[in-house]
Design a protein around this ligand. Structure first.
Ligand SMILES: Cc1ccc(-c2c(C)sc(NC(=O)CCCC(=O)O)c2C(N)=O)cc1C
Length: 360
């Protein structure tokens, strides 16, 4: 059905304005009696649950995940819910979560997908700190880049690429998830309101989206760069406990996240390219795939100097940072234009050059 649809409409994505009708056209209506719910694995808003279950077909059954929406849910919840199904039904790629079908003819509306045993990527990595090889991490990143490239090829802009919205299968294949909702970001706990009233996950969002709401596939590439940083730092929170205001300021001043601990400089350089202020200077997803393929096939290319400490201050790749040229911390802060963050350094116990040298 999906391939017919995409052939009929070409490789472009269709944004269903009325998913209540669209879902019948594009998604497979499953027989509710063939879905056996086993347990709840997650809860969204009061009306939404995510369950593990089995989809029975003939004598066999396959593990599935089931998002269920209660009958009493609002029209907006129902519309968002079915929009996610309409969106997923149009995708067909190994790194995009696969829709098995929907149930719309019961008191619970359901979206049924493949079961992703290892759950969300951020939590998976937080439980595996320093346990995965660099090539495994790069393979995961390559899969996500491949999924992002596919979305870009059918003109779908995700708007909320983040490790929390990537799912991990039992064999560690990463798949992009969380569609439909990314139109509104309503349910993303990391999303906050901008001064103009929009809702975005600021730490993952390109500057032009924050300032002008200009979401494009190039702004998805910025978010992908943050996902790269999350993966290489095993699920660390981007910009740590810096406030959203300070994050916005440091980015405008040209600062970027430093390389995570043990992250090869060449991988960090790829992140920095994804964080080019100008959208047109960011790499196309296909370039990202080719670069990662090179590093996976020739790991010796990664034997460049590794970053030795994750707590180094945010990098401004264009400014001098030599400590030989100053005699006090305040002089150094002014030299690297970090004077306005003096308080943050002091509250974090960095009061003199000695303590600064220690962290860097
Ligand atoms: C439409 C859709 C999108 C995503 C999912 C989904 C989650 C939101 S979370 C999870 N899988 C896990 O968390 C695995 C947990 C393992 C365990 O605790 O036993 C999935 C998923 N697809 O597997 C679900 C749907 C329906």
């Amino acid at each position: 059905k999906t391939s017919e649809f995409l052939n009929k409409y070409g490789r472009t994505y269709v944004d269903y304005r009325d998913p209540h009708n669209g879902v019948k056209e594009i998604a497979t209506e499953l027989d509710q009696t063939k879905i056996k719910i086993e347990c709840v694995i997650g809860r969204g808003r009061w009306c939404l649950t995510v369950c593990r279950g089995k989809l029975i077909s003939g004598k066999t059954s396959i593990p599935v995940a089931v998002k269920r929406l209660k009958e009493g849910a609002s029209l907006i919840d129902h519309t968002n819910f079915l929009r996610e199904a309409c969106t997923m039904a149009q995708f067909d790629h190994p790194n995009i979560i696969q829709l098995k079908g929907v149930v719309t003819k019961s008191k619970w509306a359901m979206i049924i997908t493949e079961f992703m045993e290892n759950g969300s990527l951020d939590k998976f990595l937080q439980g595996k700190v320093n346990e995965l090889t660099a090539s495994r991490l790069l393979e995961m990143l390559r899969g996500i880049a491949s999924g992002m490239n596919y979305l870009s090829s059918i003109k779908y802009i995700h708007r909320d690429l983040a490790a929390r919205n990537i799912l991990v299968s039992s064999d560690l294949v990463c798949k992009v998830s969380d569609f439909g909702l990314s139109r509104t970001l309503e349910n993303d706990p990391q999303a906050t309101y901008t001064t103009q009233g929009g809702k975005i996950a600021l730490r993952w969002t390109a500057p032009e989206c924050i300032r002008f709401r200009q979401f494009t596939s190039a702004s998805d590439v910025w978010s992908y760069g943050i996902v790269m940083w999350e993966v290489m730092s095993y699920g660390e929170k981007p910009y740590w406990d810096m406030s959203n205001e300070v994050v916005t300021e440091v980015l405008e001043d040209g600062y970027r996240l430093p390389a995570p601990e043990n992250c090869p400089v060449s991988i960090h350089n790829l992140m920095l390219k994804c964080w080019s202020y100008e959208a047109k200077r960011r790499p196309h997803p296909i370039e990202i795939i080719r670069t990662l393929d090179q590093f996976i096939k020739q790991p010796n290319l990664l034997l460049d100097t590794k970053s030795h400490d994750a707590s180094a201050p945010l990098l401004n790749p264009d400014s001098p940072t030599s400590l030989n040229e100053v005699s006090t911390l305040d002089e150094w802060l002014d030299m690297v234009k970090l004077g306005k963050y003096r308080r943050s350094f002091h509250t974090n116990g960095i009061n003199d050059l000695e303590s600064l040298v220690h962290i860097s």
